[in-house]
Design a binder for this molecule. Structure first.
Ligand code: PHE
Length: 355
């Protein structure tokens, strides 16, 4: 048997049982490496006469490619096996039950603030913000409420220092002052946010929420105020008709001033807005007092307008049938999962997103 056939038989045999990449590479270098067996045979060719050389070289080439092909095939097979094994071990069991997780809910107050902002933005109001910690000037003095004024006590103010210079704002009205001081008329803004008064029962919490409205321009009158509130209440409660009543009232920063009630009735323990003969107060409003305009450097003989302050928590309670205000701020997760809103489920009244 020629050396070539011997090598061929030996290695074909060896290769049959190999299943490891390392062993194959070992065989590869034994055969085709620098002093590999096949390489050596090629070297020997030089010493043959030309006829022998022709014969042997063709035999050698055949053997070389046969062994090489087999080796390449083996390597491929091993790689495929490895991938299959990996796939098998890392298989995802789609029948496993999903992992539970708690999805957060949007608090009714945040939801209602978004709804209100979206409704007012449709008729050209932009949204302003002011800080919870205010100075006494913005909260009272600039709003035509001097130091001796009884309204300061009426507000049950939380003061933050001995000199009563800093306080937790008792209403969102100081944002009127901030907005007008930093800009030039016309102004058409709403300002939602937290407000504070030392008060606590079923319908009052020491921290609550208001949204301020302010519209100042050259020809704004009380009819605009009525039209605007009428539109807002209809949109907010998603009803076509409402009953609304303006009661004369007093605020130092508006003249004339009014409080607004909406008509409702109770049917099967539910509040129906727009029917019946019960009245519920939801906001204070009026035409901005000339003194306020003077304080913020707006000329009252040129510009005038209206302002309003709506209790947000009340609106949320009415719209979503929540009867104890204090629950809003108790951060009870069970309460929130019941009354909160799914962030992925956009209600029709939240039109800012759905349109
Ligand atoms: N700031 C008033 C309050 O908190 C409400 C209000 C705002 C009244 C704007 C008139 C104009 O009671």
């Amino acid at each position: 048997m020629s050396d070539i056939i011997k090598i061929k038989t030996e290695y074909l045999n060896k290769l049959k049982n190999v299943s490891d990449l390392k062993e194959i590479n070992q065989i590869k270098s034994e055969l085709f490496g620098k002093s590999g067996k096949i390489s050596d045979e090629f070297k020997k060719l030089g010493s043959q006469n030309s006829e022998e050389r022709k014969k042997i070289s063709s035999e050698l080439n055949d053997t070389k490619s046969e062994l090489q092909n087999l080796i390449e095939k083996k390597i491929k097979d091993i790689e495929i096996n490895e991938i299959n094994l990996k796939l098998k071990n890392e298989r995802i069991d789609v029948t496993l039950p999903e992992r539970t997780f708690n999805r957060g809910k949007i608090h009714p107050v945040s939801q209602v603030i978004d709804e209100i902002s979206s409704i007012f933005s449709e008729i050209g109001f932009s949204v302003e913000e002011g800080p919870d910690v205010e100075n006494e000037y913005n909260n009272f003095t600039a709003l035509n409420t001097p130091e001796s004024h009884p309204a300061r006590d009426m507000h049950d103010t939380f003061y933050l220092d001995k000199n009563k210079k800093f306080l937790l704002r008792t209403h969102t009205s100081p944002v009127q002052v901030r907005t007008m001081l930093k800009g030039k008329p016309p102004f058409k803004i709403i300002a939602p946010g937290r407000t504070y008064r030392s008060d606590s029962d079923q319908t009052h919490a020491p921290m609550f929420h208001q949204v301020e409205g302010l519209h100042i321009d050259k020809n704004i009158n009380m009819a605009h105020l009525k039209g605007c509130l009428n539109y807002f209440i209809k949109e907010f409660f998603e009803v076509d008709k409402i009953k609304m009543r303006f009661r004369p009232s007093h605020f130092p920063f508006t003249e004339p001033s009014a409080e607004v009630d909406i008509g409702y009735e109770m049917k099967d323990g539910k509040i129906i807005i727009g029917e019946g003969d019960q009245w519920l107060e939801i906001l204070g409003c009026g035409m901005v007092h000339p003194n306020v305009l003077k304080n913020v450097k707006v000329n009252p003989s040129k510009y005038q307008g209206y302002a309003f302050g709506i209790g947000i928590d009340r609106l949320a309670m009415l719209k979503y049938g929540i009867n104890d205000l204090r629950a809003f701020f108790e951060t009870d997760y069970r309460w929130l999962s019941h009354f909160g809103f799914d962030p992925l489920d956009v209600p029709s009244s939240y039109r800012g997103l759905s349109r």
